[in-house]
Every structure is written in structure tokens, then in C-alpha cells.
Design a protein around this ligand. Structure first.
Ligand code: AMP
Ligand code: ZN
Ligand code: FE
Ligand code: FE
Length: 275
């Protein structure tokens, strides 16, 4: 079947997306996608609902998560696929991130306070019914208070890496993340590597023990995608792709605008681990 398309990078309400897991699956079916992986930031809670729902609709769903890591002071995202949601190692990483995010958000709010911008924990909560609180939720609270006009402006002025209210939080390193992922039986994929600006750092990352890289990403032209796809092929790495759909938080990115074919999807799906 040539028209098989699986979007392997999608966020739900459990992190900074605006669709529930069920809505994501419905939307994927509506858009004629053949399969999906929901990759929330640092949380796998959504799968408790997504797995039974996908089964009820007879829709192939691959477990996924996007871990935030630090490598040489840079934020590096790692996609992980094909783990059992009860995996001890994945649960441990998610618990570490939950604590990291709580402490980090408090620090961001206190930096904003120093800039005379008063956002309270309660102002953010309504935007995170799911759990994994992130900077986009603080951006929404800033919009609601009319401090900024858009999520983009919030990142440009306050929340983006290195900006006035930025706070990295307790670092959870790339190396430890990769070792937890290996132990879980999941596959570790370097997320959107083409967005990494420091080329020397990217070169180092390409020598690390990933199983693959995300080669197909909507924000890139095929010409921009090509060099890293070539590199991954040379290394025998899995080449994944996905939209990085966030719903209304990133309205310019439609579900399914990047995807993988049947062979790639089933390479991951068939090698997935169960407890
Ligand atoms: P966090 O997980 O709290 O570090 O926030 C990361 C999220 O913020 C990711 O989903 C990014 O896509 C989003 N993000 C990062 N930089 C920007 C930006 N400049 N504009 C809008 N969203 C951004
Ligand atoms: Zn996000
Ligand atoms: Fe990412
Ligand atoms: Fe993402």
C-alpha cells in the first residue's frame, strides 16, 4: 500500500498540545493517516486513554514520548518509541521531569515577578488539564493577562532559551536519558536535528548511541532535510518523521504534514517491547 502515512510526532493535552488523545486519533483517521505515535513532552499518561481508544477504533498506535534533555548546556529533544508504558525506566524519567518542571516553573514565575509581571500557579493550571506543564502554558497565561499578543512573542521576549525569564531547570542529561531508554527496550531518536544551530554539537550528537534521527519535519524543505537523511542512511539509523502537531498552540502546523512510510512504522511497531 503506497499511501500509508504514519505521523510519529504529535502532542496532546497531556503536554502542550490542545487535542485530547482521543481527538488526535479521530483527527488522524479523518485525515486518512494510517498510524500515529503521540509524543508528549516527558509524560506517557495519555496512553492510559489512548491505547484502549485506538484499539476500539482499530487504529495502530505506537507508544512514544519526547524527552527534554541537556547536552553541553543546549536543550536537546529525544524521541523514544516502542516501550511498554509501565516500563520502570520510562516511569522514572517521567517522574524526574515532573519534579524538574515543577521547580523550574516556580523559578520562571519568580523571574517574571522581578520584571513586574505577576503570573500565579493558578493562572497556568487551566491550560494544563493533562499534566506536563511547559513554557507554552506560561505563554498562554501571559497572553490571557495581555502581557503579550502571541505565544511567539512570549518566547521572543521572556521564555525562549536565554531570554529574560528563561530558566533551564535541573538538568537531566542526554547521556542518562539514552541509558534509561536503552534499558526500557525503546528506540532513541534524535528529534528535529536540523534545528540544531551549533553544527559542531550536531556532529557530536551524530556519534552518540541513538537508534535513529527525525529526518522528516514539516518546517523544513526537502533540500534542508536531505543532508541528515543521507547521514542517517550511512549510519544505518532509523529515519523517522512527524509533524510536531500541537493543535492551536502552533496553528500553522497541520497533523500529518510529515510522516513515515509503512516499512519504517512497522520496523518500530514490530520491535516494540511489552512487559
Ligand atoms: P518546555 O518543554 O517547557 O521547555 O517548552 C518547550 C516547548 O515550547 C516546545 O513544544 C517548543 O516547540 C515550544 N517552543 C520553544 N521555543 C518556542 C518559540 N520560540 N515559539 C513558540 N514555541 C516555542
Ligand atoms: Zn511542545
Ligand atoms: Fe521538540
Ligand atoms: Fe515536539
Amino acid at each position: 500500500m503506497n499511501d500509508f502515512r504514519a505521523d510519529l510526532h504529535v502532542h496532546s493535552l497531556f503536554s502542550d498540545g490542545t487535542y485530547t488523545p482521543e481527538e488526535l486519533i479521530d483527527e488522524a483517521i479523518l485525515k486518512n493517516l494510517s498510524a500515529l505515535s503521540i509524543t508528549d513532552h516527558d509524560i506517557v499518561e495519555g496512553y492510559k486513554r489512548a491505547i484502549p481508544y485506538a484499539k476500539s477504533r482499530n487504529f495502530p498506535l505506537l507508544t512514544g514520548v519526547e524527552f527534554s534533555t541537556i547536552y553541553r548546556k543546549e536543550n536537546i529533544h529525544v524521541l523514544c518509541y516502542g516501550f511498554p508504558i509501565e516500563s520502570e525506566e520510562i516511569q522514572k524519567l517521567c517522574a524526574m521531569h515532573k519534579l524538574r518542571r515543577k521547580e523550574r516553573n516556580e523559578k520562571i514565575l519568580s523571574k517574571l515577578k522581578q520584571l513586574h509581571i505577576h503570573i500565579k500557579e493558578e493562572d497556568i493550571q487551566p491550560f494544563v488539564p493533562g499534566g506536563s506543564v511547559g513554557r507554552p502554558h506560561i505563554a498562554l497565561a501571559l497572553m490571557k493577562k495581555r502581557v503579550v499578543a502571541s505565544v511567539k512573542e512570549a518566547f521572543q521576549k521572556y521564555l525562549g532559551d536565554g531570554k529574560r525569564a528563561f530558566e533551564p531547570g535541573e538538568p537531566i542529561t542526554l547521556e542518562e536519558t539514552l541509558s534509561y531508554i536503552k534499558a526500557s527496550g525503546g528506540k532513541a531518536i534524535l528529534a528535529h536535528p536540523a534545528l540544531i544551530i551549533r553544527k559542531r554539537l550536531l556532529k557530536e550528537l551524530l556519534e552518540m548511541p541513538f537508534d535513529g534521527l527525525e529526518g522528516y519535519y514539516c518546517l523544513l524543505t526537502p533540500q534542508e532535510e536531505e543532508p541528515l537523511i543521507k547521514k542517517a542512511k550511512e549510519k544505518g539509523w532509523i529515519i523517522t518523521g512527524g509533524s510536531d502537531f500541537h493543535g492551536a498552540i502552533k496553528p500553522n502546523i497541520p497533523l500529518g504534514c510529515s510522516w513515515v512510510d509503512k516499512e519504517t512504522f512497522y520496523t518500530l511497531y514490530d520491535s516494540r517491547k511489552t512487559l
